[in-house]
Design a protein around this ligand. Structure first.
Ligand code: PXG
Length: 285
């Protein structure tokens, strides 16, 4: 069965799912997206992802030509049409085809695209033994330039940070904000554990409000682990007892080394393991 992609209001074979070379999503990165997961055919936190997509669109003054309910339904239908059990879903909304000029008013027809695919997970070893990170020289977007809360089609600073990480042999890289505080990684949020307390940067540190981040904060509160959203520095990372990342693709993944410094015991810690188990249980609920 060929893959079915949702575009222009219907499911079509992937080869027929094409966009114009004049689409401002391509020409200028003018658009927004979401990455979602399905577990056993059920999309995890669908309403939250749809809300973030609509918030991102609103923030760039892009009107999505579907209601949030219709978007959620289209996502579910795309997952079902592709027979995906545990999968990865990408929704993209572009400004649509326009002219060779910035003016978004010349774009007539925003494109809504939904792709459901199988998921390529990190190797098991990363979960068992933990990841190594470097701090990237590329900072997160300045909030006054483009709010990092918007999941826009322009991910260039994150891509540059990712390249820096990969060159150093790290699959993720830590990004600081314009104040030099810890923000997040290129596609994952960051958490630290110190003296049994869980902390993660606040939204105004210039981060994406991760759906997985919110789920893990809820799980920690359920587990009566004290949590705080507060500004963190590289120093806090280096002296943490535990560190882990959260993201739709990565789920919860331990970090054991940052900038060649061993974090905590150098092995995934007990709170990280506990929250990982709780997360696995939550997604199948
Ligand atoms: N921060 C950033 C900058 C992200 O893009 C997250 C945090 C985690 O958020 P969620 O809602 O997923 O818990 C993201 C999202 C990929 C990929 O292919 C991952 C993301 C975005 C785009 C691509 O790994 N992560």
């Amino acid at each position: 069965m060929s893959r079915q992609v949702y575009i222009s209001g219907k499911l079509v074979p992937a080869e027929q799912a094409t966009v114009s070379v004049f689409d401002h999503g391509l020409l200028y990165g003018d658009g927004v997206f979401e990455g979602l997961r399905s577990y056993g055919r059920k999309v995890f936190r669908l309403a939250e992802h749809v809300e973030r997509l609509f918030d991102s669109a609103r923030a760039i003054r892009l009107e999505i030509p579907l209601s949030p309910e219709a978007m959620a339904k289209a996502i579910n239908e795309t997952v079902a049409a592709n027979g995906i059990d545990d999968g990865y879903i990408r929704t993209v909304v572009t400004r649509g085809a326009g002219t060779l000029g910035l003016d978004p008013n010349r774009c007539s027809d925003p494109q809504v695209i939904i792709i459901a695919d199988s998921i390529r997970l990190y190797p098991k070893e990363f979960y068992d033994n933990g990841l190594e990170l470097i701090t990237s020289s590329v900072i997160r977007n300045h909030p006054a330039a483009l709010s990092p809360r918007i999941k826009s089609l322009n991910y260039l600073n994150n891509i540059l940070a990712k390249i820096e990480g990969l060159k150093a042999g790290c699959v993720e890289a830590l990004m600081l904000n314009h104040k030099g505080e810890v923000a997040e990684c290129t596609g994952d949020n960051i958490f630290l554990v110190k003296h049994g307390q869980l902390s993660t940067p606040p939204l105004d540190a210039g981060i994406l409000e991760g759906v997985t981040r919110n789920a893990v904060l809820e799980l920690a509160r359920d587990a009566r682990i004290p949590t705080s959203e507060r500004p963190l520095t590289k120093h806090d990372v280096y002296v943490a007892d535990e560190c882990f990342l959260t993201g739709t693709a990565a789920e919860v993944v331990p970090v054991v080394k940052v900038d060649d410094r061993i974090i905590g015991s150098g092995k995934p810690g007990p709170i990280t393991k506990d929250l990982t188990d709780r997360f696995h249980e939550m997604v199948r609920r």
